[in-house]
Design a protein around this ligand. Structure first.
Ligand SMILES: NC(=O)c1ccc[n+]([C@@H]2O[C@H](COP(=O)([O-])OP(=O)(O)OC[C@H]3O[C@@H](n4cnc5c(N)ncnc54)[C@H](O)[C@@H]3O)[C@@H](O)[C@H]2O)c1
Length: 290
């Protein structure tokens, strides 16, 4: 099937995601317009060999507008751009928060999509130095993508999947879901839980070194190896935890986790964390977004 997205605007092309995605879109058969409003970021784009386009000049011809701007300005930026987009075009954001909170400027003729990279799995079988070095994904290590496109047709979704695979490539699979499901993956599952646990383990490592005087190198060796085995046992059942380890796990849960921690999966809690992230008073959900 042909890619219906022939003209694509990349807004925020000089930012962290913008630079990564722009580099990956360079081989695309579509015409890409790289747009950015901060002079220092424009300079980085020119150094990378990219021409800076003025979004005002190109917006009306674009079939797809990728908004790689900070989530807290997505409301304002979409208010400025969506009314000028051509009917039938698609807006793609890179994180579900603003779409979930109903911050994006709405227009009936415009379709809205979100695509967020999963990052390469901790269980990925990496074979080359480049794959090992690519922790974020998008250059050598294969990753999946979580995406939502609730109003799009099959043809639009197929084209969008082609673009998403280029943006975040190498990609093995795009997992389609609703905006709300995507919001439960990020922030709830991966930021509120996984990233919090990552920072918590770093804090525990620092505390161990400070309190016991053990060499940092020794504590790191012990922790990094045990992170690997804990994940392998918990997620892959490679072998069971020992009986003594299970007792220590129970002790940890009793002392570290709150009994009601699963309330983070209640929608009012999701609303709270997203409002906090977007620096708004409260989320006003669109009843049409499932
Ligand atoms: N950084 C990450 O690791 C990461 C990962 C996945 C998804 N995301 C998502 O990607 C999006 C962008 O995040 P980021 O971290 O790349 O942000 P960033 O702050 O690094 O870059 C944003 C860029 O947008 C530019 N910009 C702001 N307003 C603009 C406008 N009106 N017109 C043109 N350019 C404008 C800024 O100058 C900046 O260069 C967000 O939705 C974020 O949630 C980020």
């Amino acid at each position: 099937m042909d890619n219906i997205y022939q003209h694509i605007a990349m807004v925020g092309a000089g930012g962290k995601m913008g630079m990564r995605i722009s580099a990956n879109l360079e081989g695309s058969s579509s015409r890409i317009y790289y747009c950015e409003n901060a002079p220092a970021a424009q300079e980085k784009m020119r150094e990378a060999g990219r021409e800076v386009s003025d979004i005002e000049q190109v917006i009306e011809q674009c079939d797809l507008v990728i908004l790689a701007v900070p989530d807290i300005v997505l409301g304002k930026v979409s208010e400025q751009l969506v009314p000028r987009m051509k009917a039938g075009a698609t807006v793609l954001t890179l994180d579900p928060a603003a779409a979930y909170a109903n911050l994006l400027h709405q227009r009936d003729e415009i379709h809205y999509a979100v695509a967020h990279p999963c990052h390469p799995s901790v269980f990925l079988e990496r074979r080359s130095d480049e794959e090992w070095a690519d922790a974020f994904g998008g250059s050598a290590a294969t990753q999946s993508v979580a995406a939502a496109f609730e109003q799009g047709s099959d043809a639009e979704r197929a084209s969008l999947e082609t673009v998403i695979c280029q943006m975040y490539g190498p990609v093995d699979k795009v997992h389609w879901m609703t905006v709300t499901q995507l919001a439960y993956l990020e922030p709830t599952l991966v930021e509120t839980v996984a990233c919090m646990v990552g920072t918590f383990m770093k804090e525990a490592l620092d505390e161990t070194v400070e309190r016991t005087g053990v060499a940092r190198e020794a504590a790191e060796a012990m922790l990094y190896g045990h992170i690997q085995i804990a994940l392998a046992v918990a997620f892959r059942s490679t072998n069971p935890f020992s009986d003594a380890c299970m007792i220590a796990i129970d002790y940890g849960r009793e002392n570290i986790l709150k009994d009601d921690w699963k309330k983070i999966f209640e929608q009012e809690e999701l609303d709270k964390v997203i409002a906090r992230m977007l620096k708004i008073d409260q989320v006003r959900r669109d009843p049409q977004i499932s």
